[in-house]
Design a protein around this ligand. Structure first.
Ligand SMILES: NC(=O)c1ccc[n+]([C@@H]2O[C@H](COP(=O)([O-])OP(=O)(O)OC[C@H]3O[C@@H](n4cnc5c(N)ncnc54)[C@H](O)[C@@H]3O)[C@@H](O)[C@H]2O)c1
Length: 260
């Protein structure tokens, strides 16, 4: 337990599971009041319950980050329940599991349909635009705060296939830099986390679908293992805290050395 985020309010998108849920738990343990967000009542409700049972202060809001009205409701929930926002952690995104969950193809540029391209950009990139558009005014109202955006190492070195995904994540790196440059004088820091291969449901049935694949990825990663949701949450906690008060506009790869 720490009190690194005591008194802060954090909105974490896509925090019903995976990296977002790990961050929500850790932020709550560090004293933050947390707004859980995801796409459905059950996922949000279970995450809220889990954190509340552990003694955290938490509320939830079902919202699709690619929908402007939903995002306005999400920010309003933070304001109504906790009085504002200090930390905006834009974690929600779709990747390989979107094919199974939503029928969105993750193929290469020649086989990606126009609709699938737009859907991926809409959620992964426009979602962050919308959260910043409606969230940053609340950060400013509170005298400043922190934006953390989730990209991917795919944005830094290119990924085979998954071109829309890669492009959406590249856009996030640039957008974050611009936010840092624009709003630094209003007390806002903005950084990007670029995760490597992280063991969550997004990729468990895809690039981590067999023991052989897991072993191969661990062996080619300099630190010798696959990343965990907690690896990302710990980085987010640092970036959200005052310990990172001189860090803004940066992209931090959390990838066990994959891009070293
Ligand atoms: N897992 C990896 O290896 C990996 C690698 C690089 C980047 N990332 C990124 O990390 C972030 C978190 O992913 P994860 O690994 O925890 O995956 P995950 O699929 O377990 O979690 C993502 C969460 O976001 C939610 N979500 C999706 N679309 C949403 C929307 N429109 N509105 C609100 N919520 C939405 C999902 O329902 C899910 O709960 C994503 O942005 C992902 O692209 C993951």
């Amino acid at each position: 337990m720490s009190d690194l985020l005591a008194g802060r309010v954090a909105v974490i998108t896509g925090s019903g599971r995976g990296q977002g849920l790990s961050a929500a738990r850790l932020f709550a343990e560090a004293g933050a009041r947390v707004v859980i967000n995801d796409l459905d009542e059950k996922t949000v409700g279970e995450a809220v319950e889990m954190i509340r049972e552990a003694g955290g202060e938490v509320t939830g809001c079902v919202a699709d980050v690619s929908n402007g009205e939903d995002v306005q409701c999400l920010m309003q929930t933070a304001k109504n329940e906790f009085g504002g926002i200090d930390i905006l952690y834009n974690n929600a995104g779709i990747g390989y599991s979107a094919t199974q969950r939503m029928g969105v193809g993750m193929e290469d540029i020649l086989s990606c349909s126009e609709d699938d391209w737009r859907r991926i950009i809409d959620i992964n990139l426009t979602g962050i635009f919308l959260c910043c558009k409606y969230g940053i005014p609340l950060l400013i109202e509170g005298g400043g705060g922190v934006v953390i955006n989730t990209a991917s190492i795919a944005a830094l070195r290119g990924a085979r296939n998954a071109h829309a995904y890669t492009a959406s994540k590249g856009g996030i790196v640039s957008l974050t830099r611009s936010i840092a440059a624009t709003y630094g004088s209003r007390g806002i820091r903005a950084n990007t986390i670029a995760p490597g291969v992280i063991d969550t449901e997004m990729i468990q049935d895809y690039i981590l679908s067999s023991e052989e694949a897991r072993t191969a990825i661990s062996q080619r990663t300099p630190v010798g293992r696959i990343g965990t949701a907690d690896d990302i949450a710990q980085t987010a906690l640092f970036l959200a805290s005052d310990a990172a008060s001189f860090i803004t506009g940066q992209t931090i790869a959390v990838d066990g050395g994959a891009t070293a």
